[in-house]
Design a binder for this molecule. Structure first.
Ligand SMILES: Cc1ncc(COP(=O)(O)O)c(C=O)c1O
Length: 489
């Protein structure tokens, strides 16, 4: 064997590991072919100026890994059965060209928002995390560690830790008139949506939602094989007549709704429409996914009870999240549904990730038990109500100054849906350059045909009011206003 070119320049790595790596690479590249006999440990020790133990450790490691075989008297040879031809040619170009990856489907690369990048952030569902009671939550977390039952840290409890389920059930009964038959804790509502899609959607099944909707939900349905049907909507939410017409035409399996605050238009679906939709869905064997993502933040009156609170046929799959009440990084959401549905979803969850983070679940349960959750909720509802009124006042004053804005003040939520009565086609990117984040109408359509409506017809902007102070909101709105109506006033 020719001496190998070895430089021991990695000071963090033991020399025998570096030597083993060089020999391994030489075998992979074909410099040491199958059957080659290696020089003796003594000769190698001399050639590389290494201790014999170092050489032996490297050789024994390669034997254990299967690259070398050792013979009692004749030393070490490269394993004969290695299916290696030289993977590079004489001038060092790899011979094995990479082949295209055979993904089941090509998803878009995710774009994540760098929040710090914007001085003015009107993202629709952004809670204000500067007001979260971190110290209080830290105490709850410490309590968990002080009294930890370590058996909980094993696998098991797929559907969530009992302590958290108990707290959520109590809260749902008290605050939402919901008595869940069964509950599954998920990694946020997004996992809930994906589990539901996995459990219900076969290739080509039809899933309906309003024309303007929550993109991550529709992407999850589509990724699981669904064909998406748009249902018309108006100022009061989903149009029941259009749902009826589409049900006559398509065997729709699931209907996705955000009844309390329609996403993105924020409209509250009236009790009459809820009942009509429920009856239609029951008659056509459609399951309703009720995504109640910001239930607590309702300011004009008590929020309407969820559709799931009056679901005699067990056709509503109710989901909600702690992402708005706490923060999205907690990754806690949950599903309430009929026991047979929860059983299936739990089976899918086990396949996907076994369970949620137990320590976080226990800490949230503890925080809820101590009353911290409800106190925080009260404070935040009060704060967001002030911001809701402030945004209303701001938009109202712009109207009075003659700017052609239209909006319907929602009953609650964390955002307003504002018609600027002029194209907002390029507004998002133009505003980003000025440090303002907002979302425009175009991104809430699913179908390309609708998405590519004439840009002049896209006039709405979703403006979140919860995540920043009134002063910052006012400054941000002033920038948007002066950009939109450059030539007016
Ligand atoms: C309609 C809707 N559903 C659900 C969520 C929450 O998602 P998650 O619980 O996965 O954080 C959001 C957050 O923006 C939302 O807008």
């Amino acid at each position: 064997m020719h001496p190998l070119d070895i430089q021991f320049n990695d000071t963090d790595k033991a020399k025998y590991l570096q030597l083993a790596q060089v020999i391994r690479n030489a075998i992979i590249k074909g410099d040491l072919v199958a059957g080659t006999k290696l020089s003796s440990a003594r000769v190698m020790a001399q050639a590389y100026q290494l201790n014999r133990h170092t050489i032996m450790n490297a050789l024994q490691l390669l034997v254990a890994e299967g690259w070398l075989v050792s013979f009692q008297r004749s030393g070490y040879c490269v394993t004969e059965s290695l299916p290696i031809q030289s993977s590079v040619d004489a001038i060092g170009t790899p011979k094995l060209a990479p082949k295209p990856y055979q993904f089941s489907q090509q998803l878009e690369t995710p774009q994540t928002m760098e929040l710090n990048q914007y001085r003015f952030n009107f993202a629709g569902g952004l809670p204000d995390l500067t007001h979260f009671p971190y110290k209080e939550f830290k105490r709850a977390m410490s309590q968990v560690f002080n009294y930890l039952d370590v058996t909980k840290l094993h696998y098991g409890d797929i559907s969530g830790v009992a302590e958290l389920k108990l707290q959520i059930e109590g809260y749902l009964q008290k605050a939402r008139n919901l008595k869940p038959a069964d509950l599954l804790i998920c990694n946020g509502s997004q996992e809930a949506l994906f589990l539901i899609a996995k459990a219900f959607i076969g290739k080509g099944d039809f899933v309906a939602s309003e024309t303007l909707g929550y993109p991550p939900a529709r992407k999850a349905f589509a990724a699981c094989g669904a064909k998406l049907i748009d249902i018309k909507q108006d100022d009061e939410g989903l149009c029941v007549d259009d749902l009826k017409a589409q049900l006559e035409y398509y065997p729709i399996k699931l209907l996705y709704l955000t009844p309390l605050h329609q996403y993105p238009t924020t409209v509250t679906l009236s009790p009459t429409r809820r009942l009509q939709i429920y009856q239609l869905c029951y008659a056509h064997n459609v399951m309703i996914i009720e995504d109640d993502y910001d239930h607590e933040f309702h300011y004009r009156c008590q929020p309407l009870q969820p559709m799931a609170a009056d679901d005699p046929a067990g056709i509503v799959i109710y989901l909600s999240t702690f992402s708005k009440i706490m923060f999205s990084a907690a990754r806690i959401g949950y599903i309430c549904a009929a026991p047979q549905v929860i059983a299936q979803l739990t089976a899918w969850k086990q396949l996907m990730n076994h369970k949620n983070d137990v320590l976080m679940q226990l800490a949230v349960a503890q925080w809820m038990k101590e009353g911290g959750f409800e106190r925080h909720l009260k404070r935040m509802t009060k704060l967001y109500k002030q911001r809701y009124e402030a945004m209303d006042a701001c938009l109202n004053s712009l109207q009075r100054q003659g700017y052609p804005l239209d909006y319907i003040k929602p009953d609650g939520g964390m955002a307003m849906w504002v018609n600027f009565n002029t194209s907002v086609d390029l507004l998002k990117s133009q505003m980003q350059e000025q440090g303002v984040y907002l979302q425009t109408e175009e991104e809430f359509y699913y179908h390309d045909a609708v998405r590519s409506l004439r840009p002049a017809m896209l006039k709405h902007v979703r403006l979140g009011f919860a995540g920043q102070s009134v002063e910052v909101m006012e400054q941000g709105l002033a920038i948007v206003r002066s950009h939109m109506y450059k030539n007016s006033q």
